[in-house]
Structures are given as C-alpha cells and as structure tokens.
Design a protein around this ligand. Sequence first.
Ligand code: C2O
Ligand code: CU
Length: 509
Amino acid sequence: MARRTLLAGGAGVVGLSALGLSACGSATSRLVTPTSSAVEAAERARRHTGRTVTTRLTAAPGPIDLGGPVVDTWSFGTVPGPTIRARAGDRLVVDLTNDLPAPTTVHWHGIALRNDMDGVPGMTQAPIAPAGSFRYDFTVPDPGTYFFHPHVGVQLDRGLYGVLVVEDPAEPGDHDQEWVVVLDDWVDGTGRTPDDVMSELLSGSGSASGHMDGMGGYGAGGHGTGGDMTSPLLGGAGDIAYPHYLVNGRVPVSPVTLTGRPGQRVRMRVVNAAADTAFRLAVGGHQLSLTHADGFPVVPVTGDAILLGMGERVDLVLTLGDGAFPLVAAAEGKHGHGLAVVRTAAGAAPSSTARPTELDGRVLTVADLAPATSAALPVRRVDRTHDLDLGGSMGGMGGMGGSSSGYVWTINGRTFEHQQPLDVRQGERVRLRLRNATMMFHPMHVHGHTFAVVDAAGRPGARKDTVIVAPMRSVVVDLDATNPGQWMTHCHNAYHGEAGMMTTLSYRD
Ligand code: C2O
Ligand code: CU
C-alpha cells in the first residue's frame, strides 16, 4: 500500500517536474502537457459520428463468485466488468465513481484518445480519491477490441477490468455472432491481495519470490508448486503461480458456456487481462483464424492455438463444429488453465481438465502477423530512435548475473522514479528498440499509439500496442507521433511495471 501510494504520488510530483527538468540540453522546448492546446487540437481533428455513448462505472469492494470460490475483491460490479460498446468516431462519456478504500483511475488500453483522458494518476489526471468521481469524455477513433483497467499500483490484478469494443460500421459482417472472451490470473481474496503479493515480491520474502525456489510456497490453492515457470516460447514465464486461472470470471470446474449452431462463423474477441500470465488458447476440434491483433486488422492467418501476453488482444474467427468443445487457456509456462465450453449440441460437457491437442499444434505468435493493407503504417524515414534496454536487478532473474537483491525491473537501468523520458516531437516517425536483457518475457505497451512491429526486412509490419519481448531478444517498433501529450510506456506485467519497468513517451514542442 505504502509503495503504491508512493509510486502514484511519484508519477505526479516527480514525474512531471522531472520531465520538465530533463530537456536533454534543450532549453527552448517545453512539455506538451495533457492540458495543452495541442491535445485539444488533436481531439478536434478526430472524425466524429456525432453520436455519444454514455455509461457509468462504479469501482467497489465486494464478494464475487468465481464459480465455486467466492472471493472478496475490488471490481466494477462483476468480473469481468461490463462490456462497453461504441462505434468508431463516437464520443464516449463514462462517469466513474470510486467506492474503493483507495485512489483509482481508469485507463483505456489501446485507444488513441486525448491525453488528458488516459487515466494515469499524477501524469494525465489527479488520482480519483475514495468517494470521489471523474468523468471520462473522449472520442474513440479506431475500431477494435480494447479493454479498460485502473492505472494505480497493482489494482489491475483485482477484478477491476472490462472490455471496450469499438465497432466498425464499414466492416463486412462475415460472421454470425460474436463472443467476448476475457482471460485472467486470479489471487485476490484467496488469502492474499495483489498488494500482499507485491510486498512479498519487493521484500523477497520466500512465498512470492519469482520463479526461484521460494516460489513453491506461493499459490494458496495448491497449484503453485512449480518452482521453475518457464516456457519454450517465453523463457521465464512469470513470477507468480496463481491459485486460479479464469475465462470470463469462472474457474474451470464451473465454466461459462458459449453457445452457437454447427457451421456458424463466430468472431471471438479475446483479451488477456492477467497481471503475470501469458495464455496459450485453443478450442478443441477447431482451427482459429486470427483476423485482428490489438484491434487492428491483420492478413488472416490460421493456426491451432494462439499465444497472448498480458494486455494483448486478438480477434479470432472459427467455424463451429457439432458438439461440446473445450476452450482452454493454458497458463503458459505455469501449471493451470482457464476453461470455457463451446457448445452447439446436447451432450456431455468436456472435462474441466481437458487438454485439446490443438494446444500443441501450430501456435500463432506475433511472428505470424502481417498488417492488412488498411492498417499498414506507410514506409517512411525514421526521425528519431530510442533504445529501451529492459533489465532487472534480481539475482538469477534479471539475467545480469548481479548479486543485487530486491525485486526491481528497469528500463535503461532506471526505475520509473528516476526515468529519463523518451522525448518526441509531434509529426515524427519514432522508432523504439526494445531490448530484453533479462531471462523473463516482457509484454511492452505504449499508451495512446498503435505502433508497427518492424519485420525482419526492416519494414513496418503488424500494428499493435502491446508486444511480447522474449528473453535476450529485441523487438523494434515504429510509431507516428500524431497524438500529443505524455504517454506511459511500460511492461504490462503489473508487478514489473510497479517495480519500475515504466517510462514516458514525452511530446515536447
Ligand atoms: Cu493496460 Cu499502462 O496499461
Ligand atoms: Cu515485464
């Protein structure tokens, strides 16, 4: 709690003033702040439908039934929270009431929205105090599958998340129905809160100390015995063995049922809302056609399973078979999985421990993606390049061979409080080189922009806002700096971000 408050405060007090002082030798440039006229101008330039979608969200503590275990948690009333739907170009007005015993905010993950509505406490807005409220009011420019969650401490690892679907009126509706599927790793209310887990990680106390020996003690539900959480796809796959993995808020023994008719084409919008878990998702007896990554269209590619890091989303199309099938989200590199049942006919439900062979078939990753023509970032000269060296000081974990102790994750050797912002100017093509010098994967996320993942030939590829950087590997992304303001850029592992792996993409003029 103390550290969270410190960090939230740090982002505000230190964050902006530190930004102001670190002009990289340029005395003439100034920060483009969230309240600057450039932010207003960018909002005015967004195309509008003239329609407004209005809704309210209340963040509050309370019991939630996960389909057996009833947990005391913080949520927007249900887990997942309500799905918000709008059309591209709509104005979205969301009145948030904070009934939590702690300050909060809502961040609209993946949306290229006006900077002062981005939900980063101390950077784009003041934290919303307990009993307080805040009106989020912004245009949603791009269609796609997005989600929302607080940007305070590790609140994301409670039940505080929901899906935001931005529909594209121009898109051909070549599917018969649509399912929203949200994946999560769950600890809150099982004897520990995410804040407890964070303190254990920070103090290095045995029970939650990463995938080292002490890890075995964690996992109140008895699932957390796997000391070494690694995966061929990800290397170090996480710091926490969770007692539960959820699909749409349910544990595998009482899964949700997604119903349809044989032969129907279903669009499945999948969100990984977990804090420390990547999932490998498959549907028994089905192939998956991946059509969108992080909301933006890709050249459709078919596989047996997909890998989804924290903060990533995909849209999948599948043609339903006849029967009842397991949709399994296996916690990558960990023990455990989430389950839903896909049903088009009567008959026995799949076992709660079903493991479709598709999980071991062709697994789609970012390497399989190419942008649809409509989503491709044009080839252009890069105006500015920033390197982000992803590091950690945890002995044996950071891969730096260091003897330093403590749970610390860094960008360019610094934690967020001491970070040097990534300066950009509006209109530039900016290249970020994400270089992972640790033995653990990091799903790196940039607020307010959808970058292009640069392919092996150096060309801008699939558009994304969150991309997995595997251990000792690099990922290069390009973005056009067309959304002025101050934008968090961080690892979407909630614990890594909170332990320092965050910086700012900082517009100056
Ligand atoms: Cu969903 Cu700052 O992120
Ligand atoms: Cu990370």
